[in-house]
Design a protein around this ligand. Structure first.
Ligand code: OAD
Length: 225
């Protein structure tokens, strides 16, 4: 089977009702990214940061995967699919995809502030004073701005060995994730699906300016003419 690597961003979860970050009405309009998504912000006001992610986690229990997540899961019948997601939700998992790399962490995991590698399942809120088994304050398992992206090397390897690449619902503004496309071998067909795309079609890059559900269906058609 050919290897299909899919890079997803907040846009793929928009039709499930999760707000993106940088669209009009996006999360970064109402919150200061430096306050809620950096290690410095957590030191300055841990309760604010914990509450921000507690809210995100509660919302996650109210939404379900959409057609785009489902179509990607179904593609496993025809391709060796690897999903590299910048999203911290679990909608790819719930749609039935099996090979998922979470570049920016996962809302449903926590970890102690002393150890970035050991994570714990986290279905409810995290409060100030909640401790890991080693006695450290718990924090969400989220890769904040300024922190290392532990899954990056694995993601680069997957993109480099892709036969086809699909990029869905990302503004391509946050590095290193935004640079991953650059690791595809020259000539690899790339489908970029976004209603407000930041690239134009050229060479092996096909831009589909549609929302994820429609755009993924269109890309599948183009992959199997
Ligand atoms: P952004 O909010 O930057 O971009 C969302 C993209 O989704 C935009 O390009 C929109 O045009 C597109 N979009 C909106 N609705 C869509 C739909 N229905 N279908 C498809 N696409 C749609 O989100 P990301 O690029 O994912 O990191 O942001 C990257 C990172 O920045 C996030 O992982 C997060 C954020 O700060 C951290 O918090 C560490």
């Amino acid at each position: 089977m050919q290897k299909l690597v899919v890079l997803t961003g907040a846009g793929i979860s928009a039709e499930s009702g999760i707000r993106t970050f940088r669209d009009s009405g996006g999360l970064w309009e109402g919150y200061d990214v430096n306050q809620v998504a950096t290690p410095e912000g957590f030191v300055a006001n841990p309760a604010l940061v914990l509450n921000f992610y507690n809210e995100r986690r509660r919302q996650l229990s109210e939404v379900v995967p959409n057609e785009a997540h489902r179509l990607l899961a179904q593609l496993e019948k025809r391709y060796n699919v690897v999903i590299i997601t910048q999203n911290v939700d679990d909608l790819h998992e719930r749609a039935g995809s099996h090979h998922i790399i979470h570049l920016h962490g996962e809302l449903l995991k926590s970890r102690g502030v002393d150890d970035p590698e050991t994570t714990y399942p986290c279905l409810g809120d995290i409060h100030l004073g909640d401790k890991s088994p080693t006695g450290a304050q718990l924090r969400p398992h989220i890769v904040w701005f300024g922190e290392e992206v532990p899954m990056l090397d694995k993601a680069i390897e997957e993109v480099y060995t892709a036969d086809i690449l699909m990029v869905i619902g990302t503004s391509l503004q946050v590095y290193p994730a935004a640079g991953l496309m650059g690791y595809a071998k020259e000539g690899t067909p790339i489908f970029y699906i976004d209603p407000n795309p930041s690239l134009h079609s050229e060479g092996s890059l096909t831009v589909i300016a549609q929302k994820a559900s429609v755009g993924v269906a269109k890309a599948i058609q183009l992959m199997n003419p």
